[in-house]
Design a protein around this ligand. Structure first.
Ligand code: SF4
Ligand code: MG
Length: 322
């Protein structure tokens, strides 16, 4: 089965000036040569602590920010080279659901208008037909069609996220990029929104790129997962294998710090050993070596190569597994 999405050596650096009185140029290596594929109907997770580059990677592959290097292919088509109508057509295939349902909706725009606009932009439907479709989408995400004439402030966080999901569906995408889609919500409504996403995935045959810091959510939702650390993927493989038997010491640390599926503690970021070094000044060799309890002399010198974890088991970048 050919993948729908192929991301190869994707890179995004942010350059800024910092310091007073003589500012210095600082390069933050937010995403450093990451590669992965997503198969049709598959849910692929990107997991890591806040600041590891997972949201930047998600935005860069959709070109919501322009990447600095690498390649992104949608069903073989070059996403980074696409311009004008070709880019617009690709955007229709891949839609994002943002973390914050409060800021992703325009407070002055009615729900109906927010849902009908993308249909008009992409030439899918206008007028009464667009309105009929928007109402049906609201019902599909568990809201009454009468919500069309209301405004974002009239809804709770969970309802707004349902509206954000309905808006992503207006253009009939094949891939949803969900960037921490429930982490801004009350714990009590997180499960309902996750369940909705899972139902939509099954009913519509959607593929997912699911970005989260929460291992229990990834374990429940995803088929495969990549663990990111300081802008790099350090381990990748079937979610069941990576989350139960991680090979990379960082992935092991995340697992050990993560509460066993206890919904009441979901969203609590595990406290783990040591500070994350800055992506503006990543350590030499293995980026994890300052925090790694298994670090060896070569770890502070040489970047570990990517090593297979066995047939169908993904791989890992660590000198322990070279
Ligand atoms: Fe730890 Fe070395 Fe493996 Fe990096 S390469 S995770 S420092 S053992
Ligand atoms: Mg983020």
């Amino acid at each position: 089965m050919a993948p729908v999405l192929e991301v190869t050596n994707l890179r995004k650096h942010f350059v800024s000036k910092k310091g007073f009185p003589t500012p210095k140029t600082v390069t933050v290596r937010a995403v450093e040569d990451i590669s992965f594929t997503i198969n049709p109907g598959e849910a692929f997770g990107l997991v890591g602590e806040s600041g590891c580059g997972k949201s930047t990677a998600a935005r860069a592959l959709l070109r919501l920010i322009e990447p600095d290097g690498g390649s992104v292919r949608w069903k073989g088509e070059d996403v980074l080279a696409a311009r004008g109508p070709a880019l617009k057509a690709l955007r229709r295939r891949m839609q994002i659901v943002f973390q914050d349902p409060y800021s992703s909706l325009d407070p002055r725009q009615s729900i109906g208008s927010a849902l009908m606009e993308p249909m008009q932009v992409h030439g899918i439907a206008t007028g009464a037909e667009a309105r009929r479709r928007a109402g049906a989408l609201l019902e599909e995400v568990g809201l009454p069609a009468a919500a069309l004439d209301r405004f974002p402030h009239e809804f709770s966080g969970g309802q707004r996220q349902r509206i954000g999901i309905a808006r992503a569906l207006t253009v009939e995408p094949e891939l949803i990029v969900a960037d921490e889609p429930v982490s801004a919500l009350d714990v009590s409504v997180q499960a309902q929104v996750l369940l909705l996403l899972k139902e939509l995935r099954e009913r519509r045959g959607l593929s997912f790129l699911f970005v989260s810091h929460d291992l229990s959510v990834i374990r429940w939702f995803c088929d495969r997962v990549a663990v990111m650390y300081l802008g790099r993927i350090v381990e990748e493989g079937p979610a069941a294998r990576v989350l139960a038997n991680p090979l990379h010491p960082y992935a092991q640390m995340l697992r050990d710090a993560s509460p066993i599926p206890d919904p009441s503690r979901r969203g609590v970021l595990p406290r783990i050993i040591g500070e994350i070094p800055s992506a503006a000044n990543p350590p030499p060799g293995c980026p994890f070596h300052p925090r790694c309890i298994h670090a060896m002399p070569q770890c502070s010198r040489d970047m570990p190569a990517w090593t297979s974890a066995g047939p169908g088991q993904g791989g890992v970048a660590c000198h322990l597994h070279g």
